[in-house]
Design a protein. Structure first.
Length: 475
């Protein structure tokens, strides 16, 4: 059965099944005041909408959704689904994280049966339109899996989009794929389907093994004019568009290179050892601006490498939007207004790291530290009401960048002091400020970490941010 999750009109559509679901909170309202939908019940049943506030993790049992079905909020087990811990048999994980992990086969939580995100981007409005085009888009995974599913988002589309001939395969190089790995992807048993404006389409389960830290190509065909597409602008990845329906081809010819992601929002996997996923919510620093294209050296990528090296199976989902802000919409919806979609509804999310959004508020003249701290507290409350651990990041220095001001610097110091205080409500701290600033000039980047614009860290600085994340936080 084709599952369409409507992210804007607050409904989930599955061939006549209509289930209420909260949309992202409106401007100025708190996501914690919005009722969240229940997680997927056992056996692929769709959950009823949970009650408002802290009860949004309750599971419902009404209505069957077919293979790949998820709860009405799209969480599919992230808000209370069964089996969200790692098998105790992964001995060495506990030790790598500083814990007391048992030896192989001993104790621990039951195997994780939920879908877990291995890759994601945050949807935005205003992408290009395509007609008679195949798009092949490359995603770089964080964790492995024995099966996969794809999520396509028309969250900001002005009309329904017809999608067909979806394929998934291992990428070899450029636009080429390993045809032996190629699988056709169906949505509700269909190879051609429509995604309503405001909706998300979730594929059926795919018998496709996914390797950690690997490149996967997702291809699909858009026959009709799609209108302005939902997309993620800052891809920092070469993707490909070409004429005609050639999704299943090994190589694409006469391609136009595109640096954004269109419609593609998530790649999820099944991994019984997964501890869950962490969402990195932020702006351009999180989105990887100033990292080299196709390098996969955004700091969330670097964090994924560290977790894999430590033996911790934690999906890392990058929900950074370049230019994003805490207090106002602009480059994407503000952090509070997209928190439900981009954090709470992510598959098997357990943690969120909130990063650099307030820097854009400060640089735009919103230098009232108290207002920004109030916004931070709102996000903490929203995370905790969804039973997520909220990890706060101190703000990196940016003296010398456009938009810097003494008032903004004072507010940055005020925010960082609040984050480091005992009453911040944070479940952990990622001290990006200390990791990147010049000890001799703490309002500026260490020169070795400055990308040159005094606002963004280079790849060495992004690695320093990833290194500042204490892996014990994911126990």
């Amino acid at each position: 059965m084709l599952t369409l999750m409507n992210t804007r009109a607050s409904t989930l559509l599955a061939f006549g099944l209509l289930i209420s679901q909260p949309a992202c909170s409106s401007s100025g309202s708190s996501p914690s005041d919005t009722s969240s939908a229940g997680s997927a019940g056992a056996g692929g049943q769709t959950g009823n909408a949970g009650s408002a506030g802290s009860s949004n993790s309750s599971a419902g049992t009404s209505g069957h959704v077919g293979l790949g079905g998820v709860g009405a909020g799209g969480a599919g087990g992230a808000l209370g689904g069964a089996g969200n811990g790692a098998n105790g048999g992964t001995g060495g994980v506990g030790g790598a994280l500083g814990g007391s992990g048992g030896s192989g086969g001993s104790g621990g939580a039951p195997p994780n049966t939920a879908w877990v995100g291995t890759w994601a981007v945050s949807p935005q409005a205003g992408g290009d339109s395509f007609q008679d085009k195949t798009l092949r888009q490359i995603v770089h995974t964080s964790i492995s899996g024995t099966a996969a599913r794809v999520q396509l988002s028309n969250a900001f589309g002005s009309k329904a989009i017809q999608v067909s001939d979806v394929h998934i395969a291992k990428r070899t190089s450029g636009s080429s794929v390993d045809t032996a790995s190629d699988h056709a992807v169906q949505f509700g048993g269909q190879s051609s389907f429509s995604i309503a404006a405001g909706a998300v389409a979730i594929s059926d389960s795919i018998d496709f093994p996914v390797a950690a830290l690997s490149d996967v190509a997702v291809s699909f065909y858009l026959a009709d004019s799609s209108g302005a597409n939902t997309y993620h602008q800052q891809g920092t990845q070469t993707n490909y568009a070409t004429s005609g329906d050639v999704s299943g081809n090994k190589d694409l010819s006469n391609t136009n290179d595109i640096g954004s992601y269109y419609l593609l929002a998530n790649l999820d996997v099944k991994n019984t050892a997964a501890l869950g996923a962490v969402v990195t919510l932020g702006a351009s620093i999180t989105d990887g601006v100033a990292s080299n294209g196709d390098d996969n050296r955004r700091w969330p990528n670097d964090l994924a490498v560290r977790l894999n090296t430590a033996g911790a199976v934690v999906g890392v989902l990058n929900q950074g939007i370049s230019g994003n802000r805490l207090l106002a919409d602009g480059a994407g919806q503000s952090a509070p207004n997209r928190f439900t979609r981009d954090v709470i509804n992510q598959p098997d999310v357990k943690w969120v790291i909130f990063s650099d959004d307030p820097i854009n508020d400060l640089g735009s003249g919103s230098t009232n530290g108290d207002q920004l701290i109030t916004g931070l507290k709102q996000l903490v409350a929203s995370a905790h009401s969804a039973h997520l651990k909220y990890l706060c990041s101190t703000l990196t220095p940016f003296e010398g960048a456009g938009g810097w001001s003494p008032a903004g610097e004072t507010a940055r110091g005020q925010i960082n002091a609040f984050i480091r205080s005992a009453d911040s409500g944070c479940d952990g701290i990622v001290d990006q400020d200390t990791a990147t600033h010049d000890p001799q000039n703490p309002t500026k980047y260490l020169p070795a970490y400055d990308a040159g614009d005094h606002l963004h860290p280079n790849e060495a600085g992004l690695q320093a941010i990833a290194n500042a994340v204490d892996l014990k936080l994911f126990q």
